[in-house]
Design a protein around this ligand. Sequence first.
Ligand SMILES: [Zn+2]
Length: 349
Amino acid sequence: MPPVKGLRERLRDGESVICAEGYMWELERRGFVRAGVFTPEVVLDYPQRVISLHEEYVHAGSDVVEAYTYYGHREKLRLIGRECDLETLNLNSLKMARDVADKYGKLMAGNLSNTTTFQPDDPASAEVARQAFKEQVEWAVKGGADYMIAETFNDFQEAVIALEVIKKYGNGMAAVITLVPYSPDRTTDDVPLVDALRRLEELGADCVGLNCGRGPRTMMPLLREARKVCKGPLAALPVPFRTNEKEKTFQALTDPISGEKLYPLDLACVQCNRSDIRKFAQEARDLGIQYMGLCCGSSSHSLREIAEVLGRKPAASAYSPDISKSFVMGNSVEGHALKVRDFMMGYKK
Ligand SMILES: [Zn+2]
């Protein structure tokens, strides 16, 4: 297989990069991650499931196999009494991602996430975050990651620490840094989000952007503002949920019928459909966003929509919908099938 073109080179040449995220959410849905603590012990307990999801996302169009080490840091594993498994979990996860990436000629990314224990303007908690990131970056180097993703930072200061650690210990790896946009257009340490992205870019991130938190409809306006002030490549990885002006984040969404809050377990009723995802991908592409994907709630069929909007034909496109051959909705419905269709579609009362 020819050598895989690096992330920096792709971005420099104006290419688009599709990155599947949302492993935690999807593996929770499949019964391998516990909602609440959301730790990735599935890597150790059911490794085959992680490999299979990596392969599924590549099949659907991802250019990147992201090692599933999200929340696989010391602070989180302590909560489930598995701190002693930390190194094995990280190295195994990186190896699985590396193997799948090599098998299909894709990029492999190491992963850092917010520690959840960070306190702004508290040097002690900054040091805890720095140490957690340092060991994960060193494992990513050892595991042969092509670049680092540092994601879902709600505090600007913690994102800066992640970037500094990648630059210091990452052996020259590129860094994609994404902040999570919540309801106000600023980080939880009160830096306007767009300003925070610009500053991360100035500090040397190879690509900056937003992931998680908001759905396409409420993330796009921020990205439009970011496009005006950031000079380099931008990343957009929303959650595929129907957030709106009143409920900007998926955590804020309510059930259209009962009015109850839906996060985190009952969001299926406000999931973006394929047309929503297609619209997002078109808008992001037209805005010149080069690095694209979906976060929590992502699934293969949604990812394939993005890939196809970007002109790709991943292996899963061999099974893209062709409704023309449906026996009730196709081009040549006749005979009894017409009656079946009318019953089915509610045309017959
Ligand atoms: Zn997410």
